[in-house]
Write a new protein. Structure first.
Lengths: 566, 87
């Protein structure tokens, strides 16, 4: 068995086809006829562009628009003034076309590989792809025809390049194994886009596996089973069929409303951490965003983001959501995160310290700047403001007062915003749970942050292995908190959502449905699963389960019971 | 020669797509166009040079144009960057 990174889930059983890396070796030759050599280079570029256009078109169908654009980007790179003209200069100075291409591209590959910016480093593999393609054309080497692979083929290569993917026929390729690559590499992204199980970074895969050999690719666990027994083949075939069946079943929930088995409707949204994620939320069939974490705007930089910068990011998300709800959480940061320019001191007890709303209310200029940016974005969609870490009514009142001040300013400046923008509370502290009745009278909505709510209620650090056994949302104390928050919200007729991880937990779902939660906000990958889970329960069944659970005294009983009925 | 300082507002800075869009827009001008960042001048007509400069969101660059149509070039460059480079 070989181990690697499970980069694209699923199971594939098939025969190996090795995709060799071409030996692009050559002896640099003297250039006698410069004009002819330049022409040879230009012909190769033309052929490369032609080839790339075909590959992009094929990729558009087999993988998707974004992947096709990656390939088309190659054309822009080769046409870049820093590239083509420089290569021709080298040729005119007497270097042969192959060596000129290699020299220029290697220079950029080095520059890109050495930066600390992840996106830029990934571009280095695009350049390697281009270099290999150009050299292959100049040297007259033909690429291995992946498009000729028979049905039931498992591809084994050093990495999956965009040009390789163009030749992949999804009907025939059942698995991919590579020697390099991480979860965010080209190989992973392309394999997932094509929905082919893939295991990456298997050391020496090319030398350990031979063409024609039968293997099982487990992209979910990141394992490759070599020389599988009859039993293993039967086992993995069953797993693969179950996986594909579940995927198809989940797909049936795409485009449907989120409804219980007895007809109650819920809102099912996503938690996101950047405007780009808003796009993923829509692709995942989310009905909105229940939590837009704004910390990304403040991290990895040397100064505060300007109001304009923030506005552009919030607006971008609002526009992508096309009118669906977007709950933006104001800055939730503290001494535990590295934000040197905020001047936060290292605290003894950061989770109980100067952070989130406390920090913001004491730094009104910065806070107002964020609030104004959110207000301006509210002209472009259904934007809502949420304050984190509220523990007292005064904090909500002060925050709301600042929102009114910001509105006055924008109104006077003639800048558009939603006058009735909802302002709500992220109930994630024990305090907010206990005074939920008071907060519900002055907040436009609640969203339950179970991650921190569990920690604060159980007074335990989930990262501390000595006490992490206490950290569970199924502890009776936490369940009572959750129930009370929801009931108080419902009594005051405000929407109550949940944005913590617990919202996607199949054991928590019937309880939340019974308590009266109106919105579930989960990670994009969980949307269809949660919709399916909600559809399993009638309100009456959920109520019955909830009643039993709330009468239990220990977490162990709760978990045992829920495991048996879910 | 004319120049102006601008700040990048789009979240991912000058990555592939905005860099190639910007380079293509600048390519139509006759004048030389540079982005001065971290003390170095980067050819704004080359997407590779722009990407290699690693200009992130929030960074300030000086756009320098030198040549016959320098004023138009500077105006467009500044407008593109300030409006978020199409993102």
């Amino acid at each position: 068995m070989l181990k690697g990174i499970g980069a694209s889930e699923g199971y594939g059983i098939g025969k190996i086809m090795i995709v060799e890396e071409h030996t692009l070796e050559y002896t640099p030759h003297a250039v006698n006829d410069v004009e002819a050599e330049v022409k040879r280079y230009r012909d190769a570029v033309a052929a490369f562009i032609e080839q790339t256009k075909e590959q992009a078109a094929a990729l558009r169908i087999s993988a998707g628009e974004k992947e096709a654009e990656i390939m088309e980007g190659h054309i822009q790179i080769i046409n870049d003034p820093a590239m083509g003209t420089e290569i021709e200069k080298l040729i005119e100075a007497g270097t042969c076309a192959e060596a000129s291409v290699e020299q220029m591209l290697d220079m950029f590959i080095n520059i890109f590989s050495m930066t600390d910016d992840d996106l830029t480093r990934q571009r280095a593999s695009d350049l390697k792809d281009i270099k290999n393609a150009l050299l292959s054309i100049l040297l007259g080497i033909n690429e291995v025809k992946i498009s000729d692979a028979p049905a039931g083929t498992v591809l084994v290569a050093k990495e999956v390049t965009p040009s390789m993917t163009a030749g992949i026929n999804k009907d025939n390729i059942v698995g991919i194994i590579t020697e390099t690559g991480s979860q965010t590499s080209h190989s992973a992204i392309l394999a997932r886009a094509m929905e082919i199980p893939a295991v990456l970074s298997v050391p020496n895969a090319l030398s350990q596996l031979s063409s024609g050999e039968q293997v099982i690719v487990d992209g979910s666990c990141g394992e490759v089973v070599t020389a599988p027994t009859e039993e293993q083949i039967a086992d993995y075939t069953a797993r693969r069929d179950a996986f594909l069946r579940e995927k198809r079943e989940l797909e049936m929930f795409r485009g449907r409303r989120t409804i219980s088995a007895s007809g109650e409707e819920y809102e099912l949204c996503c938690n996101i951490g950047s405007p780009k994620d808003a796009g993923k939320a829509m692709e995942a069939d989310g009905e909105g965003v229940g939590l837009f974490r704004t910390e990304f705007l403040f991290m990895d930089r040397t100064a505060l983001p300007t109001e304009d910068e923030q506005f552009e990011a919030y607006k971008a998300a609002a526009v992508i959501l096309k009118g669906k709800p977007l709950i933006i959480r104001t800055l939730d940061i503290g001494g535990d995160k590295e934000i040197p320019y905020l001047g936060l001191e290292k605290e003894e007890n950061p989770f109980m310290g100067f952070r989130a709303i406390r920090y913001c209310l004491k730094n009104r200029d910065m806070f107002k700047s964020q609030i104004k940016a959110i207000l301006r974005a509210s002209a472009f969609g259904d934007v809502r403001i949420m304050f984190p870490l509220i523990t007292a009514v005064e904090e909500l009142r002060e925050g709301k007062a600042l929102v009114e001040e910001a509105k006055d300013y924008l109104r006077a400046s003639g800048i558009a915003f939603n006058e009735n923008i909802p302002v709500g509370v992220m109930t994630e502290t024990a305090a907010s749970g206990v005074i939920a009745d008071l907060l519900a009278k002055e907040a436009d909505f609640f969203s339950i942050g179970t991650n921190d709510l569990t920690g604060y209620t159980m007074a335990c650090d989930r990262g501390n292995s000595d006490v992490s056994y206490l950290y569970s949302p199924f502890q009776p104390s936490v369940l009572r908190m959750i129930k009370s928050i929801i009931e108080n919200g419902v009594r005051e007729n405000i929407p109550v959502g949940m944005c913590g991880e617990a919202a996607a937990n199949p054991m928590m779902i019937p309880l939340l449905m019974s308590f009266g939660l109106t919105e579930f906000s989960v990670s994009s990958v969980s949307v269809l699963k949660v919709r399916k889970n909600i559809a399993k329960w009638t309100k009456a069944e959920a109520d019955e389960v909830a009643a039993k659970v709330m009468s239990m005294a220990t977490e162990a009983e709760v978990v045992e019971y829920l495991s048996s009925v879910v | 020669m004319v120049s102006k300082e601008v700040t990048l507002v789009n979240a991912q800075g000058f990555h592939m797509r905005p860099a190639s869009m910007f380079a293509a827009a600048m390519a139509k001008y006759q004048c030389d166009i540079f982005l001065k960042f971290n003390g170095a001048n980067h050819n704004a007509k080359s997407l590779l040079n722009i990407i290699a400069a690693c200009i992130k969101c929030g960074s300030t660059v000086e756009v320098i144009c030198d040549g016959p149509d320098e004023n138009e070039a500077l105006a467009e460059a500044v407008q593109l960057i300030e409006s978020g480079l199409g993102e």
